[in-house]
Design a protein around this ligand. Structure first.
Ligand code: NDP
Length: 332
């Protein structure tokens, strides 16, 4: 591949409507940044699914190249911390949102967003993990900082077959937690057991018809990438002093809760923001994720599909519909 001319998935919205497709780009089309990267792999996240729709509320201006994750090789860098040939990862910050993202064979990004690829991790494995794995790891970090340990009881993971959910199940199991996985996919129980879930419940159990301000105490903690009304039930069902780490909104943005779980059971609501997770802690978190998942052999259990750039538009619709199991890795 020439570096001067390369392909990218470009979305555009103008008077003629919304358009998504592969386009030939030149280096001059890329935004400013210190590090020029030959992108090898990217991945598809729910946020990318939203970016690929006309009213997803993610993209700041058009035309735009989406993709919140990338892994690749440095071509040139004006920042001395990075050198040509070095393998790197970029996730979050403005990538794929306010800055051209990873669905492009070449990307130019600020050096302050770049993390060296951890030793022992292949670029495609880094993208299997991607923002989803990072978000699951941050969720666990927050819960353990709040005092969670395996002897306190089971940990609920909602949206369990999705990207964040799959990694949350696998990482919690690897750390010795008893995981209860909640899913809307009745066909995926064997998958969730293989990831390490001890118990599986239907998504509808988190949305009972009759709601009480406080429910039976069931979980020491929860990792919730779903949000919406099921989060209200989760908060009402946590053990006293328990916590929910909340990262997402696939189930909606409104949470019809009361103050009772907080003031009568001392429950904690912990917000997870992988986008702005500090760069000085990212490398060590990536190394820990790679070590934990590889040592336990859990990485190989995460469901994955590898697709070329030209199939992204199709799978963007699939992820918006909640039909993806595990992760979609993009070979760029
Ligand atoms: P995925 O689509 O891979 O996973 C989402 C899962 O949620 C689905 O697989 C499904 O799991 C479940 N789900 C889908 N639709 C619904 C619904 N209507 N009601 C209840 N559950 C549903 O997405 P990601 O893992 O990439 O992202 C998950 C969420 O986390 C998104 O909202 C995303 O924006 C957010 N996110 C936030 C981050 C942060 O930094 N805060 C970072 C990364 C993601 P199942 O069928 O098993 O129930």
């Amino acid at each position: 591949m020439e570096v001067e001319k390369f392909q990218a998935l470009v979305i555009d919205k103008n008077q003629e409507g919304f358009h998504i497709g592969l386009k030939q780009m030149a280096l001059d089309n890329l935004p400013e940044g210190e590090v020029l990267i030959r992108v090898q792999y990217s991945s598809l996240n729910y946020k990318d699914g939203l970016a690929c729709t006309p009213n997803g509320g993610i993209v700041r201006s058009y035309p735009h190249v989406p993709g919140v994750d990338l892994a690749g090789v440095v071509i040139t860098s004006t920042d001395v911390r990075f050198e040509p040939g070095q393998q790197v990862i970029v996730t979050g910050f403005g990538l794929g949102v306010s800055h051209f993202g990873g669905f492009s064979q070449v990307a130019r990004v600020p050096a302050k967003w770049v993390v060296p690829l951890p030793a022992g991790l292949q670029p495609q494995e880094a993208m299997l993990i991607g923002t989803a794995g990072l978000t699951a790891a941050i969720s666990i970090e927050l819960l353990e900082h709040n005092g969670l340990s395996p002897e306190q009881g089971s940990v609920l993971v909602s949206g369990a077959t999705g990207g964040v959910g799959s990694f949350a199940v696998a990482m919690l199991a690897a750390r010795g937690y008893k995981v209860v996985a909640a899913t809307g996919k009745a066909s995926e129980h064997a998958y969730l057991h293989a990831l390490g879930a001890r118990e599986i419940i239907g998504r509808e159990q988190l949305n009972p018809e009759v709601r009480k301000p406080l429910e039976k105490q069931q979980w020491a903690a929860a990792i919730d990438p779903v949000g919406g009304s099921s989060l209200a039930f989760i908060l009402a069902s946590l053990q006293a002093g328990g916590a929910a780490a909340v990262s997402g909104l696939t189930g909606g943005v409104d949470v019809p809760t009361t103050v009772h779980p907080f003031i009568l059971r001392g429950v904690h609501l912990l917000g997870v923001d992988s986008v702005n997770y500090p760069i000085d802690r990212r490398s060590s978190l990536w190394e820990q994720i790679a070590r934990d998942l590889k040592q336990q052999g859990h990485l190989e259990h995460i469901a994955r599909l590898t697709i070329p750039l030209r199939e992204v538009a199709h799978y963007a619709e699939e992820i918006r519909q909640g039909r993806i199991r595990g992760r979609v890795v993009i070979e760029v």
